[in-house]
Design a protein around this ligand. Structure first.
Ligand SMILES: Nc1ncnc2c1ncn2[C@@H]1O[C@H](COP(=O)(O)OP(=O)(O)OP(=O)(O)O)[C@@H](O)[C@H]1O
Ligand SMILES: [Mg+2]
Length: 407
């Protein structure tokens, strides 16, 4: 379908060239990586498509050029610059292009290039590299806190009931506390699941009246009032449990939620938020405050369908998916090839990619939760604990100079 963009399913990538039939190996490789979620555009079509809001969802432009395209250099440069401005990755596929031209394109903002005819797996490898650098850039965006100011916000939400968000949030928070020995970051976990929040259960802390008192006075909330509602787990992790009574999720307005998060960020290096499973009218507030928003899923139809609904809802509200990290919980192990390929197919059909895989940790996970202990304290070698630990190490903010000096 040269010269048009497919409507369904969601387009994640486009080839851009004079005539895609000149690059038939590219068609095969794009199909292998993106299945049906890619389209074909000419140079002119791309310029107008980049103005379309739909273009914001694009992950990649694969611009294929040969020596007959020398006359189009300026147009191609405009495309590359506009794509770069929208954080769309640009991969050049170049057939007998002069080194000078190639150099100009890379300087305009193209991320990488592969020669044409494409060597085996070259397109897939280049795309994998681009995805890795995109993820690393997202991690790098986490600003280290300066003396407890401007902490990093990491939000966690289950896309299906029981998919493991609270387990993930509690263990991530505890691994972050432990991540740098004695001088690890100060961490606070906020249980904003006012109805069925179970952070208190998983850390064996009581649900106190103080939380409701604090939440009902958010208009005058200050740091002291916030601290008085917090409890501590093993003296290190600060916890705002859900209130003792089941409260409506719209108890707080978006402004009030923002105030709680702002005060928490002012006081802690990292703020982990356990979100309710449903989308609420302050989900957007948390989404804008969070540097990373982890969405927990399992390898089942329920998670897949909820993910599609979530993506649709966010799109309808014009919200970006940039900060979303899809986490596959109870993920198949590396040796489970069938399970791995089901996970891959699920990600492809949803148009998302999983950034973290947490394996099934068996009954130890439930037992750790029932004992009110993080896995690191109950079963530190549990495979689920190990994966969450690895993630925590990549997320821990850099130590401040004062902390290094204090060691
Ligand atoms: N990786 C895992 N391996 C084994 N068991 C797990 C894993 N993750 C979570 N569980 C178990 O699954 C159950 C549900 O977990 P959790 O409460 O964290 O889910 P949730 O998404 O927060 O649920 P809710 O929708 O109620 O908020 C718990 O019993 C927990 O111990
Ligand atoms: Mg939960």
């Amino acid at each position: 379908m040269a010269g048009s963009v497919k409507e369904e399913p969601r387009i994640r990538a486009c080839t851009v060239c004079r005539d895609v039939r000149n690059f038939d190996l590219l068609i095969e490789d794009m199909e292998a990586v993106f299945a049906d979620s890619w389209g074909e555009l000419t140079f002119i079509e791309t310029v107008s498509f980049l103005d379309d809001p739909e273009a914001a969802d694009l992950e990649l432009l694969a611009i294929a050029l040969d020596d007959e395209d020398a006359a189009q250099t300026n147009l191609v440069r405009v495309i590359i610059e506009r794509a770069a401005a929208k954080s769309i990755r640009v991969l050049l596929i170049a057939e007998s292009l002069s080194p000078i031209l190639l150099h100009q394109m890379l300087r305009a903002g193209a991320d990488d290039f592969v020669p044409y005819p494409l060597p085996e797996n070259a397109l897939k490898d280049a795309i994998d590299r681009l995805r890795k650098t995109a993820l690393a850039a997202a991690h790098a965006k986490i600003a280290p806190a300066q003396n407890g100011c401007n902490g990093t916000v990491l939000a966690v939400q289950s896309l299906a009931g029981g998919a493991g968000a609270t387990t993930f949030a509690v263990n991530l928070a505890w691994e972050l506390v432990q991540s740098q020995g004695k001088t690890g970051p100060s961490v606070c976990i906020l249980d904003l699941d006012f109805q069925s929040g179970s952070v208190s259960t998983y850390l064996d802390l009581p649900r106190t009246e103080k939380v409701y008192e604090m939440l009902s006075q958010t208009s005058t909330l200050d740091t002291d009032a916030f601290y008085s509602a917090l409890q501590r787990f093993q003296e290190k992790l600060h916890v705002l449990t859900a209130p003792s009574d089941m409260l409506p999720l719209d108890l707080l307005s978006p402004d009030e939620i923002e105030r709680v998060i702002t005060i928490a960020r002012d006081s802690f290096d990292v703020v982990v938020i356990d979100m309710p499973r449903t989308i609420v009218h302050w989900t957007e507030t948390v989404l804008s405050a969070a540097q990373q928003y982890f969405a927990l899923m399992e390898l089942d139809m329920r998670s897949a369908q909820n993910t599609l609904r979530l993506i649709r809802a966010l799109k309808a509200d014009g919200l970006s998916m940039d900060r979303f990290h899809f986490v596959l919980n109870r993920a198949p192990r590396f040796t489970d090839l069938g399970g791995r390929s089901r996970a891959k197919r699920m990600a492809e059909s949803l148009g998302v990619s999983f950034t973290t895989f947490i394996p099934d940790g068996g009954t130890q996970v439930r037992d750790a939760n029932d004992h009110g202990l993080p896995l690191a304290e109950f079963a530190p070698k549990n495979p689920a604990a190990k994966e969450i630990r690895k993630l925590a190490l990549t997320l821990a903010p850099a130590k401040s100079a004062e902390k290094i000096a204090a060691e």
